[in-house]
Design a protein around this ligand. Sequence first.
Ligand code: SAH
Length: 467
Amino acid sequence: MQKNDLIKVHIEDMTNDGEGIGHSDGFTLFVKDAVIGDTVLARVTRPKKTYAYARVEQVLVSSPDRVAPACPKARSCGGCRMQELAYEKQLAFKEDLVRRNLTRLGGFSDIPMEPIIGMEEPFRYRNKAQYPIGTSKKEPGRLTTGFYAGRTHDIIDIRDCMLAPARNADILRAILAFAEEHHLPAYDEAAGTGLLRHVLIREGFTSGEVLICLVINGRKLPKAGQLVEKLLALSPFPDGAEIKSICLNVNEKRTNVILGNEVLPLFGPPFIFDTLGGFSFRISPLSFYQVNPVQTVKLYGTAVEFAGLTGNETVFDLYCGIGTISHFLAPHAKDVYGVEIVPEAILDAKENAARNGLKSTHFFTAAAEDVAERGYFDEHTPLVRPDVIVVDPPRKGCEASLLHTIRALAPDRVVYVSCDSATLARDLKILCAEGEGARYELARVRPCDMFPHTGHVETVVLLTRNT
Ligand code: SAH
């Protein structure tokens, strides 16, 4: 198989990245923009020994599950990988993905799978968006913003992303007009020069509070007062949302990590508030907060349901971020101990708990694996025996040492909230294997679609103690 070959192929399956999978001449083809059920003419882009990457040149026979994408840039943008697959089929695909990973990587056979929780309106769900700023290739001297194309750092000009609030387009337009007026250069990743790197926009979905943060390669934004004026002229927006915070984030490092550590307020405090499940949360540019508020309530609700609390339990919420899950657990438990590695998030968690009048939550800055291993949260707090442990780690999953400590602590139930079903399967295998400490078994598995049109899927798992 050679580069640029044109191959007719039927699409039988899809990868988590949303590429169609088909076979031809003993080769496995990964075809961008093809969906299950299509027959396409694919152009080979990267041939390898036994497989090849390709992209759709022409759809010959359209899959019955193919739909017109809502966004005209869906194909070139690296964000939405599944917009051309009907939403119910996306859900079926994700549910199946979780099942397959638990089987193949976790070695489970009888999987107590419950139906995936989908969205009724799977667009404009994100409360956070980060837009890179670059220099236009087509029009020299002009700036551009949008999203990176898949696997590159080429910016596809998209102001109105179908996953984000429509008002973001107005905010981006105002920022770019301001920057062009004052000849402020976009950051150049290759050279490490230029000023404007990213625009981060966050909104409180319920509160309607909007935070705008400009990430710059420097500490000062010339004419910042004029930018603030321009932005505030947009607020309140037609939908009633209001700008409550405008800030700068300093990132002078040659890195593709978007945010630096320092936030300099230009207008208002460097945070906004949002309400979730009746609790108020303070959100700053740097802290983790789930991006899909409609689904977050269902996700946390599922975690609380799986925890099976009666009011007498001691619960650990490991990887607690700004304490959101702890808040949802607290009314049903005796005590909740939240542990999180980012100190600012723990400050937010404590502040949130105080504002919400919670007395039974206790928050600690630490690595989850260290706390459990050391046997105490801090010098003043002895480690209590947990009845239930909730973990919600990042994509890389839990450290193996933490999993062994969980077995040693032997809570009755473990609730695992996961954003990557591959690492989830790996970790569950450890918790359910024979060996030292308590041994667990899979009691309930429920995926939740937090990221419609992308290949990602969240899953909540209940493990109950077997021995
Ligand atoms: N439960 C929270 C946060 C989940 S995201 C929520 O739903 O909002 C995962 C969190 O784990 C992030 O806040 C991240 O900072 C934190 N984290 C990453 N590695 C960690 C570790 N080793 N120990 C504790 N927390 C960690």
